[in-house]
Design a protein around this ligand. Structure first.
Ligand SMILES: [Zn+2]
Length: 437
C-alpha cells in the first residue's frame, strides 16, 4: 500500500479498531480503549523485591516458590546464580515471601517500596504532559490510539517513503499496524523491527516510534547512509490488546488477552512461536507470565506476525531483525532454546559488542551482551530463534533500560535518552550487517 490508498485503508483500520466485536463471548470488554468494565488494578501496598541468588539451589528453589505462589509476580525470572530476581508482591503475601527468602539465606532489597504510588504518579504525569503538549513526542508515553494516529499522519506527511502495513488481527479484533519505510534502492535488504510484544514494556513502543522518526528526519550522513541502505518494516506495538489493557486496567500486564483458563488470561507471545515450542524456559501453566499458549501459534497475534515475516522472507532478503524488550540492559542473539552456540556465534557476538559500545557512547549506559540462553536463561518459541532459523542473519533482541531501579515503570524523562542510545545501537547493527552480508 502506498500514499492515499494506505491512508484510506488506515481510516478503515482505525474504524475497525473501534467497531470490531470481540471474537469470543468470554471477552468482557470491547476493543475501544475506554470501555473496559474491569476495575483498574491499583497495586496499593505492592512492593518489588530484588534478590540475587548465589547458588543453583536457590535459583531452583525460587522457581518452585513462584510455581506454588502465582500471586507473587516475577518482573525478572530466576535465571542463574549472580543474576537478580525481581518479585512483585502484594501486602497479603509479602510476609510469607520474606520469610521464605530469609529461610533460604536470600537477602531481599526493596527495589520499589510503593508500586501503587509509582503507577499513580506515572498516570498523573501522562495527563499533565498531554495537557501541556498536544503533539506526539518522546516526553511522555502514548496510548495505542495516539501511536496509530501518529503513524497515519506519517504516511500522509511522507507519501513517497512511508506506507502503512498491517500485520494482522488480534484476539480482541484490533489491527496490528506498522510502517514500511522505503529505501532509494529497490533491492535493498529488509530490516524488521518489532516492539511491545510484552505489553508492560512501555519503553519499547516509544523507542520504535523514535526510530521511525529518526530514520525519516535525522540529517547526519553516517546515520542516513546506514539506515537508508534498508527497507524498514517497523511494528511499534505487536501486542495491541495487551498494550491497551496496560493503559486501561493493569499497568503490569505482559501477555496477550486470549482466554483459555477461567482464572488467567493470555499467553506469552514471545514463547508462542513455532520453533522448538515450549521446550525450554516456557510454561505450560496458564497463569504463568511465560505461558507458552495451548500450542505453537495458538495466539492470532503470533500467527499474523509469523505470516507477515514469512512472506517478506519468501520474496526478499531480511538481513536484520530487531526485537525490543525491557528491562535489564542486555543485547542478545540466538539461540534461546538451547545453550549450544549458533554457527555464526562469533560474528553475532562481535556485532553485538560494537552495538553496545555505540549505545554506551551516547549516555554512558552499559549493556551486557551474549547469546540469549547464556545471557539470561533458555527461552524457546521466541521471535528471534524463529527468524534466525528462517535465515535472517542478524537477529538481535534488546532488553532496554533500566537495570533495576524503576523496571517497567521507567520515568518518562528517560524515554528520549533510552531511545537515542538504542537507535545508535540499531544503526551500528544495520551498518555492520551491511558490511558483512
Ligand atoms: Zn519482554
Amino acid at each position: 500500500m502506498r500514499g492515499p490508498a494506505a491512508l484510506a485503508a488506515l481510516v478503515l483500520v482505525l474504524a475497525g479498531v473501534r467497531a470490531a466485536p470481540p471474537p469470543s463471548s468470554h471477552v468482557a470488554s470491547g476493543p475501544a480503549e475506554t470501555t473496559s468494565t474491569e476495575a483498574p488494578a491499583t497495586f496499593r501496598g505492592h512492593k518489588v523485591l530484588r534478590v540475587v541468588p548465589s547458588v543453583g539451589k536457590q535459583v531452583l528453589g525460587l522457581r518452585q516458590y513462584l510455581h506454588d505462589h502465582p500471586k507473587v509476580s516475577p518482573w525478572l525470572e530466576p535465571s542463574a546464580p549472580g543474576r537478580p530476581v525481581d518479585l512483585q508482591v502484594g501486602p497479603a503475601d509479602a510476609d510469607a515471601l520474606k520469610e521464605y527468602l530469609a529461610q533460604e539465606g536470600l537477602v531481599a532489597t526493596e527495589m520499589i517500596v510503593d508500586l501503587g504510588r509509582m503507577v499513580e504518579e506515572e498516570q498523573r504525569g501522562m495527563i499533565d504532559a498531554k495537557r501541556s503538549n498536544i503533539d506526539f513526542g518522546w516526553d511522555t508515553y502514548h496510548t495505542l490510539d495516539e501511536i496509530y494516529k501518529w503513524l497515519q499522519n506519517l504516511a500522509q506527511k511522507y507519501p513517497k517513503e512511508v506506507s502503512l502495513v498491517e500485520g494482522g488481527r488480534t484476539y480482541e479484533g484490533r489491527t496490528i499496524i506498522g510502517v514500511k519505510i522505503k529505501s532509494t534502492d529497490q533491492q535493498a535488504p529488509i530490516a524488521f523491527v518489532e516492539a511491545g510484544i510484552h505489553a508492560r514494556e512501555w519503553i519499547t513502543p516509544a523507542t520504535a516510534t523514535f526510530l521511525i522518526n529518526e530514520i525519516l528526519t535525522r540529517e547526519d550522513g553516517e546515520f542516513r547512509s546506514a539506515v537508508r541502505a534498508y527497507e524498514w518494516h517497523i511494528f511499534p506495538v505487536t501486542n495491541p490488546d495487551g498494550y491497551v489493557y496496560t493503559h486501561t486496567t493493569n499497568r503490569l500486564w505482559r501477555k496477550s488477552r486470549s482466554k483459555y483458563s477461567y482464572f488467567c488470561s493470555g499467553a506469552d507471545l514471545n514463547r508462542n512461536w513455532p520453533f522448538h515450542w515450549r521446550e525450554a524456559g516456557a510454561s505450560a501453566v496458564p497463569c504463568s507470565e511465560t505461558y507458552a499458549g495451548v500450542r505453537a501459534e495458538s495466539e492470532p497475534e503470533t500467527k499474523a506476525m509469523r505470516h507477515y515475516l514469512d512472506s517478506l522472507i519468501a520474496t526478499r532478503t531480511v538481513l536484520v531483525y530487531v526485537s525490543l524488550h525491557s528491562y535489564s540492559q542486555l543485547l542478545m542473539f540466538p539461540w534461546g532454546w538451547t545453550s549450544e552456540l549458533t554457527k555464526t556465534h562469533d560474528d553475532l557476538n562481535s556485532v553485538a559488542e560494537l552495538a553496545v559500545k555505540a549505545a554506551a557512547k551516547r549516555h554512558g549506559t552499559q549493556f551486557k551482551f551474549g547469546a540469549i540462553s547464556k545471557a539470561i536463561y533458555p527461552a524457546s518459541g521466541s521471535t528471534l530463534d524463529y527468524a534466525y532459523d528462517k535465515g535472517v542473519k542478524y537477529p538481535m533482541v534488546f532488553e532496554l533500560r533500566d537495570d533495576g531501579t524503576y523496571g517497567f515503570l521507567l520515568p518518562r524523562e528517560q524515554i528520549r535518552p533510552a531511545a537515542e542510545e538504542t537507535v545508535d545501537a540499531i544503526c551500528t547493527i544495520a551498518s555492520e550487517a551491511g558490511k558483512r552480508k
